[in-house]
Ligand binder design. Sequence first.
Ligand code: PEP
Ligand code: MG
Length: 572
Amino acid sequence: MAVKVRGKGVISGIAIGKIMLAGQNLDGYLVNYKPGTVAEEKEKATAAIAAVAKHLQESIETMQKNDEMKEQAAILEAHRMMIQDPMMAQSIEDKIDELKNAPRAVLKASEEQAKMFEAMDDEYFKARAVDLRDVGKRVAKYILGVKEPEIGDEKVILCGHEIEPSVIAGMPTDKIAGVLLGSGSTTAHAVIIAKARAIPTIVGLNKENRIDKIADGDRVILDGERGEVTINPSQEEIGSYQEKIRKQEELAAHYAALKDLPAVTKDGVKVKLAANIGTHMDVDNALNYGADGVGLFRSEFVFMGREEIPTEEDQFKAYKEAVEKCAGKLCVIRTMDIGGDKPLPYLNIPKEDNPFLGYRAVRISLHRRDLFLPQLKAILRAGVYGRVAIMIPMIINIAEFKQVKEFIEEAKMELAHEGKVYANNVEVGIMVETPAAAVMAPAFAKYVDFFSIGTNDLVQYTLACDRGNASISYLYNHFNPAVLRLVQRTITAARENGIWAGMCGEMASDPNAAVLLTAMGIHELSMSAPSIPRVKEKLRSITSIQAKELLADVMKMEDGDEIKEYLNKVLG
Ligand code: PEP
Ligand code: MG
């Protein structure tokens, strides 16, 4: 029987392939290295830094020509800057004086800096330690004459405690079948890149040395859904997974056939199904799943994975591409939702005891005009290239919304003054993701153009239940009657005031919840693109009368689990 190891599946999908260990061990090379004089070693280090920087620059320029590789290009650009940092050069020189050995000096200097990052509390900074070790190792490899791993014809599954981002970024997309990481970080750049490329990925294999059981060249089955790796599987196991892959493909084909059909109940009630995206690169994928536009563009991803605030121009390019790709369908761009579980190191926000209740999202935007105005200006300018809407996260009172509107007017005035074209008729709505916004929805409805219910946060705030805490996840239920009442109240307020109400939290991707929401009168459901066909199929299988009857039954119930079970029984 083959050995199985488990981690945390972060990108679903099944991959069968051969392991390529990434992150080579340099010990053997270091032992055999014969250093020259101190002056020679310094020269070698300087030459190696220049050569690596040049090689990185060439890769960056090639990648920048390809839209889908821009994110990777940004990461390599950060590496180039790290290795050319004068402080790094000085530190390497000092270490050469001490160790009289260029590769060891480079490794020690980058390790010291990496350790400084690792000691920080912030998850994002911790993850940057990998980048520093990565560039240090590249330079050391250059001095030692170590070649990068050769890529053959076969697809590989990359595996390492920490995989240097440059290894993934530098490999052609069609050569990586999967990624296995010993470290548990989901914000590692390696994971960010894998996500953009939809590569099945498992992290957190380091406990009890599980990753050490996997050797270079092993054949494995990677199950991203279950977070399970089968090492050297039997023919039977491969067969059973091939059967799963076949079923996955069959289901995909079945769903693909639904792509151009509307999401409509048997008796003609239509609901718009849109997609949640993180970057403009996700739009094509969303449209392939049949998305009717974008209901949530999480713009904070434009701010993440970089060293400084993106300029108005950088943001304009990203939003414009998304809006253009939507080709006339609405693209709802949410303004930066930083804070909570999404830190942004360069904002230097002090550590908080309760980040989910703290300085986050619109609270930051309203204090930081240097952040907010360029973002609003970029969105307004992108609006010229299609249909765009602005959505504000974490609103709790009307005063905040009024301030946002003032900012938008100011952004327009600045744009007019600068002679830049912008869309004047952009809808402005709010995320209803706090109980305060939901309770006050009838009042908000008089000011805003739309609501989008963010159940990920609404559930956590209503039930006082951290959305990321596994030990209380049994309480985190979007069918909790308190949540259902707030959702219904919001949709009713929208209908009564002639504005539209959507939902962009995870609840929208639950087919049974979609039936209840349709009965409540929701206009739009926005979700991760792969969920669209499932929800569509469910809505097409019922009548609105059945949905209303179910809603009436459910609203009489007192317990979320009971509601969930009841819907499972009736709807499957
Ligand atoms: C939500 O809170 O439901 C939501 C969609 O936003 P996020 O998950 O980004 O907080
Ligand atoms: Mg939210």
